[in-house]
Design a protein around this ligand. Structure first.
Ligand SMILES: [Zn+2]
Ligand SMILES: [Zn+2]
Length: 152
């Protein structure tokens, strides 16, 4: 019997949520795999790919396939519990923080980090005004060389 303890997580803005509550609220079943995948996303803020997650949890869940990881990520995305980010190329990365927030990406080591900044209402309103769009979502990315790659 494997017990997975999902503790309370503090996410952006100090809101505390538990995955099992989030899943049940949205009518999804809570399974150990779903909790495990979410836990990886919550505990590392490296914005992992599905393959990264698969590698991290495959020792604890040797029977779980990469396809299951993809399916679970799709489900969590559908439930708005995680978000998918695409930084170019065709590899998706996943983020447990669903509120819009900017990312900064190293073009050398491909590290993706959160930027502790808000995508401001005034920026979104400006985009709305210029284009007359009803804005649904926004992604802001900065690209550059991280301090480590600058020194190597
Ligand atoms: Zn770097
Ligand atoms: Zn992020």
């Amino acid at each position: 019997m494997v017990y997975i303890v999902v503790s309370l997580y503090t996410i952006w803005g100090g809101v505390v949520m538990e995955l099992d509550v989030l899943l049940r609220e949205r009518g999804y079943k809570v399974t150990p795999q779903r909790l495990a995948i979410y836990e990886v996303l919550q505990s590392c803020n490296m914005h992992p790919t599905a393959e990264n997650i698969y590698r991290i949890i495959s020792s604890d869940y040797p029977t779980m396939s990469l396809a299951t990881v993809y399916k679970t990520l799709d489900l969590l995305k559908e439930a708005h519990i995680i978000q998918e980010i695409n930084i170019g190329g065709n590899i998706s990365r996943y983020d447990a923080m669903t509120q819009p927030h900017p990312h900064i990406i190293c073009v050398k080591c491909n590290k993706v980090e959160d930027l502790d900044m808000q995508i401001t209402k005034s920026l979104i309103n400006k985009a709305k005004k210029i284009t007359d769009y009803r804005i649904q979502n926004s992604q802001v990315y900065f690209y550059g060389l991280c301090p480590y790659c600058q020194s190597t």
